[in-house]
Design a protein around this ligand. Structure first.
Ligand SMILES: [Cu+2]
Length: 317
């Protein structure tokens, strides 16, 4: 069963080359054997008319038709391979625009020594799992935070370089649910061999529930040192039944940046629209640090809701 559009494309191109090569080999080797047997040396054999003799111009062989046929055949085969190859390259280099793919189907992939980070438009970030929906075109913007890496997905027959300061776009359409191994294909240091990730292809409903049911926003999104920002985690129903159940429980906030929360945990309160709940904490940065603080909210789930997390960045002036 086909796994992805890229795998289908690679297989058909590989098939075109392989079958043509097999057909040509069969013809060439059959003729070779036939001629070896037919024109083998016999007692009655005589020297061919065009045997080179010193000081004599050999007569023309007069096989113009054979030459035209073989050159034409070779040309047709080469043109077929060129058209197939360039068609595949054109497809690989024509990704859908970010606006043409689903919410959450355009992901920033950043190579680090020695892991891959996957950052989604909603702020979700993961250092191991790239989760995408089945039956959708996926657009990956691949770059690197340090040295050269190469992002490849085994089974999907696709990879591209991850280069600092440059973004290479990779795209494919998922045809099969399941886990696929992501691997770095460019020797990037001592941990290169362990630089792996997981492509997790799930059905579209599961993906949308996972993707949209936690959002975190901080207001204001840009603050000065010692100025307070209010961070709100908004959860929407992720129950499989889709009944619009209200998420219940606590949300825990954290950040690696220098600063403090008024409380790290808040209890969800039902929102005005059905199946939503939210709660807020206050965050105050105590140093500018790298110029931003990444705030992560983690929801542990409840009997009807799956766990989820979201994150966002506050700019610190
Ligand atoms: Cu590597």
């Amino acid at each position: 069963m086909a796994v992805s559009s890229t795998q289908v494309q690679f297989d058909s191109l590989f098939g075109l080359f392989t079958y043509l090569a097999i057909a040509v080999s069969i013809i060439v080797f059959s003729l070779l054997i036939y001629f070896v047997v037919k024109y083998r040396d016999k007692p009655s054999s005589r020297q061919p008319d065009d045997t080179p003799i010193l000081g004599k111009v050999p007569p023309s062989r007069g096989h113009a038709r054979s030459v035209v046929v073989t050159v034409s055949l070779s040309t047709i085969i080469l043109v077929a391979l060129i058209i197939g190859s360039f068609g595949a390259i054109d497809n690989i280099l024509s990704p859908p625009a970010p606006s043409q793919v689903c919410d959450g189907c355009s992901v920033l992939v950043t190579g680090h020594q020695f892991y891959w980070n996957f950052a989604y438009p909603n702020g979700h970030s993961d250092n191991l799992v790239l989760r995408v929906p089945l039956g959708n075109s996926i657009r990956l913007n691949v770059t690197s935070a340090d040295v050269f890496h190469d992002f490849g997905i085994i089974g999907l027959d696709i990879k591209t370089d991850a280069i600092p300061g440059r973004t290479n776009v990779m795209w494919f359409t998922t045809y099969k649910a399941g886990n696929f191994t992501i691997q770095c294909f460019e020797l990037c240091g001592i941990g290169h061999a362990t630089m792996k990730g997981i492509l997790n292809v799930v059905d579209e409903t599961t993906f949308q529930q996972w993707y949209t049911h936690t959002r975190i926003t901080c207001s204001p999104s840009s603050v000065a040192v010692n100025q307070t920002s209010q961070c709100t985690a908004l959860l929407s129903d992720s129950s499989p039944s889709g009944l619009g159940l209200t998420p219940k429980g606590n949300v825990t906030f954290s950040t690696p940046a220098l600063g403090y929360f008024n409380t790290r945990t808040c209890t969800l309160m039902a929102g005005t629209s059905k199946g939503t709940a939210s709660c807020s904490v206050l965050y105050t940065p105590t140093a500018a640090g790298t110029g931003s603080a990444r705030i992560t909210s983690v929801y542990g789930g409840d009997p009807t809701q799956s766990d989820s997390s979201g994150n966002t960045a506050i700019l610190i002036a």
